[in-house]
Design a protein around this ligand. Structure first.
Ligand SMILES: [Zn+2]
Ligand SMILES: [Zn+2]
Ligand SMILES: [Zn+2]
Length: 123
């Protein structure tokens, strides 16, 4: 139910991208509940509103899915907002966004594979 519309202007421009999780079909790609159930990422819209500029999600490789789940990093869109400022590859996961031992989202970079340059400096 959507009664309230967001009146605030977004700080960043946004655009629609095809939902990577369901490949724009709008249905649950894995048919976990039922093959007719709507995609949980885009609510059946087949597209998702994302911030611009954006970059492909390294954690899921832009597929929007992690195993049979929605990618926890990009929420199924396959893209993530580009970071502001200079960034460096995350040393913990070597830029893959996944913890090398567990395969879960790298806590250091939150699955982005990159971190702001300043926070990557060792003091
Ligand atoms: Zn979808
Ligand atoms: Zn992702
Ligand atoms: Zn990392």
């Amino acid at each position: 139910m959507e009664t309230k519309r967001r009146m605030r202007r977004p700080l960043r421009p946004q655009e629609y991208v095809p939902c990577a999780f369901c490949q724009g079909r709008g249905t649950d790609p894995f048919g976990v509940m039922s093959e007719l159930s709507v995609c949980g990422a885009c609510q059946g819209e087949g597209r998702l509103l994302v911030d611009v500029p954006h970059v492909p999600c390294v954690y899921c490789g832009g597929s929007g899915s992690y195993k049979t789940y929605r990618c926890p990093v990009c929420s199924g869109s396959g893209v993530v907002p580009e970071m502001d400022g200079p960034t460096v590859s995350c040393g913990e996961c070597r830029g893959r966004g996944a913890d090398p031992s567990s395969g879960l989202v790298c806590l250091h970079c939150h699955g982005r594979g990159r971190i702001p340059e300043l926070s990557g400096r060792v003091r």
